[in-house]
Each structure stands twice: as C-alpha cells, then as structure tokens.
Design a binder for this molecule. Structure first.
Ligand SMILES: C[S@@+](CC[C@H](N)C(=O)[O-])C[C@H]1O[C@@H](n2cnc3c(N)ncnc32)[C@H](O)[C@@H]1O
Length: 226
C-alpha cells in the first residue's frame, strides 16, 4: 500500500473513532446487510455522519433518497428529519427494498420512511407529474450513469435552498478527469461533475471524503439550489 493510502486510512479511522459513533441500529444494518450478502457499497460512517449533519442544518421536513440498498444511509438521514417529517426513498431492487424496510422497522423509523419500488427515473417522473411538494434535501446514490438525469429531476422537485447531495463524485479507478473511455461509469461521473460545476441553478462543491478499506479519496457533491 502507498504511504499516502496508509495515512488516508489512518485519518479515516481517526475521524470515525472520534466523531462518528454509530447507533446499535446502524451497526446492525451494516452487519446484517453483509450477512445477507448485500454488496459492501453503503456509505461509510464518516459519510453517513456528514449526511446527517448537513441534513440537520436544513431541519428537513421532506427528504428524498435515490438508492437505498439495506437502508444504512436512509437511517442516518431519517434521524435528521424534523419532527413529523418524512423521507421518501427510491429503490429498484425488490430484495434491497424489503431488507431496508425490515431494518428501518427494527430501528423504529419506518413510520416516517416510505420506500417506493421501481426504477428511479420512472418514479421521479411520476412524482413531478403528480406535483409532489418540494423536498428540503435530496440524496442521490444510485446508478452513476444516470446522475445527470436524476439531477434534473431533483431540481424539478426542489425549492430555493434545497440541498442536493450526490455520492461518489470521484471514480474508483483511472486518471483524475481523464478516465479510460471504456469505463463508462467514470466517464459519466466526470461529465456529470463538469455539468454540476457550471449549472447556473446550483451552487456546488464536491466535499472530499475518505472511503473504503484502503482509504480511497472520493467526494460527496454538495449543491444548494439557488
Ligand atoms: C450505492 S447503493 C445505495 C447505498 C445507500 N445509499 C447507502 O449508503 O446505504 C445503490 C442502490 O441503488 C439502487 N439502484 C441502482 N440503480 C437504480 C435505479 N435505476 N433506480 C433505483 N434504484 C437503483 C441499487 O439497487 C442499490 O441498492
């Protein structure tokens, strides 16, 4: 391992140990998701805490999440809801949606969370057609190839001041800003970043994060709707 990676790993552990104590319910979701064989692609505790804190600053009545998996980030966000608030979460995988629902039931937040099963693009389009009231915070963490599409839908479901958070804005592999053209996910993410930087409807910055066992540098996109 490179010396820098080792240091990143130590920094991540240090931040997690000092600042990101997970509740018993969050630890259960992580462990149980692994036992069930779900992919290890939930946000790490340092990103979960960042989601929670950014959400707390919004005092959100309405949160939208795109990409649920076992409900780990959903629980961090649900804990930040204002009293009486609601979180709508979109997930296309039936098993993930069922597992997440059982985890959120166990954590005692299921009454404030609604998981909608289906492809995010279709569900978002339907929400816009139904004139869904705006969300205070929207977290995008699903298929990277569709982030640009989800961002347009997210803006349509926002008000001035809505916070839009997008995970994994630094691809896992390849040169920074110059990905292998066969790596479609990376190509889409860099194209998305360029677009995010210039979108006149938003003020944005990718906040660097340290993720994964090896201490990889990633970023969480933080955008405020003007
Ligand atoms: C990275 S995981 C989400 C992790 C979760 N946010 C967390 O940190 O705990 C991505 C999830 O998005 C879902 N997903 C992928 N493509 C989707 C789509 N087109 N519509 C809805 N969900 C999708 C996957 O099934 C998976 O559960």
């Amino acid at each position: 391992m490179l010396a820098q990676e080792e240091r990143n790993q130590q920094v991540k552990k240090y931040i997690c140990d000092c600042f990101c104590q997970e509740s018993e319910e969050l630890i259960y979701i992580r462990n149980h998701s692994a036992e069930l064989g779900l992919q290890d692609i939930a946000v790490p505790p340092n990103v979960g805490k960042m989601l929670y804190l950014l959400a707390r600053l919004q005092n959100p009545k309405r949160i939208l999440e795109i990409g649920v998996l076992g409900g780990y980030s959903t629980l961090w966000l649900a804990k930040a809801l204002a009293p009486g608030g609601e979180l709508i979460a979109l997930e296309c995988d039936k098993r993930h949606a069922e597992v997440a629902k059982s985890h959120l039931e166990r954590a005692g937040v299921v009454k404030s969370v609604e998981i909608l099963l289906g492809s995010a693009a279709g569900l978002l389009e339907q929400m816009i057609q139904n004139q869904e009231p705006p969300f205070d915070l929207i977290f995008i963490d699903a298929d990277k190839e569709n982030y640009s599409l989800y961002l347009d839908f997210a803006i349509a479901l926002s008000r001035s001041g809505t916070l839009i958070l997008c995970d994994n804005l630094i691809p896992k592999r390849g040169e920074i800003a110059s990905p292998d053209l066969l790596d479609n996910e990376a190509v889409c993410i860099y194209a998305f970043n360029e677009r995010l930087a210039k979108d006149p409807r938003l003020e944005s910055l990718p906040f660097p994060t340290i993720v994964g066992e090896k201490g990889r540098v990633d970023a969480l996109g933080v955008s405020r709707v003007r």
